[in-house]
Design a protein around this ligand. Structure first.
Ligand SMILES: [Mg+2]
Length: 371
């Protein structure tokens, strides 16, 4: 079997547009992948569509070789971030082809089913909330829907961190964030996990102060307290705070996870499968973490193929902890995926159909659904 074409499709209108990758073969089997886009969707889509000359004519079953060919091919300017995201899309599509060619679900090619189903944690359940009371009501509703872990960023300014790196947070705003988390904890009781996401946007004293103010509400993890460039800063944070740490959505490939594990900088790691290098890389990172007895809990906030590719990788992974689901976007996933995902009571049930087991709906591909 040979690869005959590679193309990208691009859906605008979501929080970040989703860039899908389509790999075609001379056997008529098509593979589906997704490339992380963030705010650079058009740029990523353009780059993804230009992968064809590197891939056409290759045997799609040579997944490891193709991964290395792409990684080495872009290494002069660094193969992390933008490039590892492109590789992720190709890698997922190649695993989809491999599974379809063999008539097996991807997880069966990765060691088989270790878990019966995957426990989720919910993000994006708070859309539209601004007051502590609104957050508490939304949290209670999400728990009533069967979710046993909720993640949020309670800090004023949301994603505006991109306007300044390693920012201070005005101490006068602390009380609002604390009130949100306090009222959520009161509304949902002690049996539900709360994960706090700092989105890697604080300087050290800010991150330490906020973590210590929130610690009394039993924080399951404090995610990305500081930006990812400086492990000494994360060490300082750990020395001066008392919350579990989760990092990894901005780390790319096994090489960037190595110091986190060796220096014991996180209780949990959270690679993103459409950023860090795809299914192949996710499995390697998971095995590295397993040797350190560190659980893996993939970052999955960015589109339907992220979720299903991460699910296949994790179903066969002993140290899997929880899979993130963007609760507010799940309804969109269910509209565009054929068949829809099997999500119920806070768990993801992975299909045993060949490959990823799900396609983008043909009518959606023909005319993207506006939302
Ligand atoms: Mg995050």
């Amino acid at each position: 079997m040979k690869i005959t074409n590679v193309s990208a499709s691009h859906l605008a209108g979501t929080r970040y547009a989703w860039v899908f990758l389509h790999v075609e073969t001379d056997a008529g089997i098509r593979g589906l992948g997704q490339v992380s886009s963030g705010p650079n969707s058009a740029l990523v889509a353009a780059a993804a569509s230009r992968l064809a000359p590197l891939l056409i004519g290759e045997d799609p079953s040579r997944i490891e070789y193709i991964w290395h060919k792409l990684y080495a091919g872009f290494n002069s300017l660094g193969s992390h971030g933008f490039v590892s995201a492109l590789i992720s899309g190709v890698d997922i599509a190649l695993w989809d082809i491999r599974g379809k060619a063999l008539g097996l679900p991807i997880y069966a090619l990765l060691g088989g089913q270790f878990h019966d189903r995957l426990q989720l944690y919910s993000n994006g359940w708070f859309t539209g909330c601004s007051t502590p009371q609104e957050f508490a009501r939304a949290a209670a509703k999400t728990v009533a829907d069967g979710h046993s872990a909720l993640k949020l960023d309670p800090f004023r300014g949301g994603h505006a961190y991109l306007s300044r790196y390693a920012a201070s947070y005005p101490p006068g705003d602390d009380d609002e964030a604390v009130a949100i988390v306090a009222q959520i904890r009161e509304a949902i009781g002690d049996g539900v996990e709360i994960y706090i996401d700092a989105h890697g946007r604080f300087d050290v004293p800010t991150a330490v102060r906020l973590a210590n103010r929130l610690a009394p509400y039993r924080i399951g993890w404090f995610e990305e307290p500081v930006p990812p460039e400086n492990w000494d800063a994360l060490r300082q944070f750990r020395d001066r705070s008392d919350v579990p740490v989760c990092v990894g959505e901005r780390l790319y490939t096994r090489w960037q996870f190595r110091p986190v594990l060796e220096q014991k900088l996180a209780e949990y790691i959270m690679p993103d499968i459409i950023r860090t290098g795809g299914i192949s890389e996710m499995k390697k990172i998971a095995s590295m973490a397993e040797a350190f007895f560190v659980p893996i809990t993939p970052h999955d906030a960015t589109g339907p193929i992220t979720l299903i590719a991460g699910a296949h990788a994790m179903l066969s992974t002993p140290n899997f902890f929880r899979l993130e689901v963007a609760y507010s976007e799940l309804e969109v996933y269910q509209r565009i995926m054929d068949p829809p995902f099997d999500v119920a009571n806070g768990f993801f049930n992975v299909s045993n159909r060949p490959g990823l087991g799900h396609e983008l709906r043909a009518d959606y591909l023909a005319q993207p659904i506006p939302f």
